[in-house]
Design a protein around this ligand. Structure first.
Ligand SMILES: [Zn+2]
Length: 139
């Protein structure tokens, strides 16, 4: 995996988000080696069986939108309104994420992982992070 783009990024600690050789975002969660429960972000203790044997697990880049909302108040540097929601991945992980604002977002609809700008820093740098967008993953 390569380094994140040279903009100010909101990557999660511990390498939970990165980009692959093609520049596509990759989320790395955890998988319990005892009960195989997957999670994002990765934790040191499995929330299902309390095992401390949790390994890194790359997560699927496509999922289903469980729920979402639009937020009109936030930090001064962030684009508003911002759209956030929960995405269900096919491996059982439900994660909270920024969403690319689009009329195509629909509860139960397909979403795919992408990168996007969520704001601009006081120094004028784009603030980017992973987010999900409506639709299938472009080929
Ligand atoms: Zn477990």
């Amino acid at each position: 995996m390569n380094s994140p783009p040279q903009t100010r990024s909101m990557w999660l600690p511990g390498g939970a988000a990165s980009v692959d050789a093609q520049g596509r975002p990759v989320l790395v969660g955890g998988e319990c080696r005892a009960c195989h429960t997957r999670m994002f972000p990765k934790t040191t203790v499995c929330c299902a069986c309390m095992s401390e044997d949790v390994a890194d697990a790359p997560l699927p880049s496509e999922g289903t939108l469980y729920s979402f909302t639009q937020v009109h108040v936030g930090p001064a540097q962030w684009n508003k309104p911002l759209v956030v929601g929960y995405v269900d991945l096919p491996d059982g992980v439900r994660l909270f994420s920024h969403l690319r604002n689009s009329a195509a977002l629909a509860i139960g609809g397909p979403v795919h992982l992408t990168l996007g700008q969520v704001g601009t820093s006081a120094e004028g740098e784009a603030i980017t992070t992973f987010m999900f967008a409506a639709g299938e993953q472009p080929q």
